[in-house]
Design a binder for this molecule. Sequence first.
Ligand code: DQA
Length: 145
Amino acid sequence: ASILVLHGPNLNLLGTREPGVYGATTLNDINQRLSEICQQQGHHLLSLQSNAEYELIDRVHEARSEGVDFIIFNPAAFTHTSVALRDALLAVGIPFIEVHISNVYRREEFRHTSYFSDIAEGVICGLGAEGYELALTAALTRCSQ
Ligand code: DQA
């Protein structure tokens, strides 16, 4: 299967960004680990981090023509703001899992609402970088069903 992992704004700073909240794992570590798991099981991982909403939207559109089977998505701050990204995911109809490193429900009120959770296959939050691996395991199970 072909899996796309999408990382939203500021996640390029993982490792140095508020380590008390987001941990010490870098984005590169996360992508490497996911890529390893995919390779071991004969799957293919694609990834993109962007700070620009339109780039994430364009990537979601491309995913359809590329035949991406499943998306793992941490929309970061766009979680709480982006109707446009929600509409992109609805438009392509590719199943996705929403991931957050931090437990957004333990944080500010504005982080308690998501434009994605009700259209996601599932949501993982608060488990740190491990959340991405859990999401990948779930995605691969769904792809082989
Ligand atoms: C985040 C949580 C969001 O509220 C925040 O804006 C982020 C990261 C997380 O992974 O915990 O940038 O999505």
